[in-house]
Design a protein around this ligand. Structure first.
Ligand code: NAD
Length: 298
């Protein structure tokens, strides 16, 4: 079995590291937050005093961090201390540009790297049912795949370095925009005197059908398991959607793509996050649309 350094033992990294232990790997972990370390230790992760210490003797280094700046800073700290040809797997969600910079730094110091962001949330991380979107060359993907298989159920090779992050932000841009479209339609239906159930019954089996409507329906009632039925408890939190659409907006601007809806959606979720809704499910955007519609929607 493999010796794996796991850096970043938070909401996602903690259970992912625990699943690697369950699969029989030796896992050396580090996180600056003591509570995260204590919890991971109780799952069999061997906690080290620093990231540099954790990577000593590791065959594989997995990172699960809040953002790209922390990733690049951490790589500066650890790359020189990691054994030659170490396989680096970054599972954080970061800018495509940061992922490509990280891969280039790893390659220049004689290491191999893939970006492998995830979807599936804490539930998927705990149950080892995450989806991994992987960017990197064929050999590096082949090396990473068996490690990722201990933490997820679907692993997609999306292309060269940065392609995993590209797939993640493009998918979440579709999701963020489609939730706004669905929410605007429900608020318009209310103004037109059309019941939510009737709109759902038609649109969920017609051309308006999509995940935001059929599974994560933003009004209570039609889909009993959707977050709208439990006061918008996530689900997929506004803070995470705002982060991912911020990354999508950066990429749209950097590449000169005329993504009007993506840019507007990024603003909407950032505003929702900054006005006290960060911990709500992203379908809570419907309530902002209702509030902004005010009397005019009647
Ligand atoms: P989190 O904040 O709970 O965990 C991140 C951990 O990284 C923290 O414990 C932090 O202390 C640690 N950390 C920071 N600097 C470090 C360093 N230098 N060395 C080691 N550890 C360090 O965040 P999370 O919810 O676990 O998310 C992690 C990543 O996964 C993010 O990029 C997020 O966008 C992405 N993601 C999260 C979810 C989700 O549902 N939470 C879903 C998909 C993707």
């Amino acid at each position: 079995m493999t010796t794996i350094a796991f850096l970043g033992l938070g909401h996602m990294g903690g259970p992912m590291a625990a699943n690697l232990v369950k699969a029989g790997h030796t896992v050396r972990g580090f996180d600056p937050v003591p509570a995260a370390c204590e919890h991971a230790a109780s799952e069999g992760v061997a906690i080290q005093v620093s990231a540099r210490e954790a990577v000593t003797g590791a065959d594989v280094i997995i990172t699960m961090l809040p953002n790209g700046k922390l990733l690049l800073d951490l790589y500066t700290e650890i790359l020189s201390g990691a054994p030659a040809s170490t396989l680096l797997i970054d599972c954080s969600t970061v800018d495509v540009a940061d992922a490509r910079e990280a891969e280039s730094r790893a390659a220049s110091s004689g290491h191999r790297m893939v970006d492998a962001p995830v979807s599936g949330g804490v539930v998927g991380a705990t149950a080892a049912t995450l989806t991994f979107m992987v960017g990197g060359d064929d050999a590096n993907f082949a090396a990473a795949e068996p490690i990722l298989a201990a933490m997820g159920k679907k692993i997609v090779h999306c292309g060269g370095p940065g392609s995993g992050q590209a797939a993640k932000i493009c998918n979440n841009m579709i999701l963020g925009i489609s939730m706004i479209a669905v929410s605007e339609a429900f608020v318009l239906a209310e103004a037109l005197g059309l019941s939510s159930q009737a709109l759902y019954d038609v649109a969920s089996t017609a051309s308006g059908s999509c995940w935001a409507l059929n599974t994560n329906c933003p009004v209570p009632g039609p889909v009993p398991t959707s977050p709208a039925n439990r006061d918008y408890e996530p689900g997929f939190a506004v803070a995470l959607m705002a982060k991912d659409l911020g990354l999508a907006a950066n990429a749209l601007r950097e590449h000169g793509v005329a993504g009007e809806l993506g840019l507007r959606a990024a603003e909407r979720y950032a505003n929702l996050r900054d006005t006290g809704h960060a911990g709500k499910d992203f379908s809570d955007v419907i309530n902002e649309i209702r509030t902004q519609s005010g009397e005019g929607a009647n």
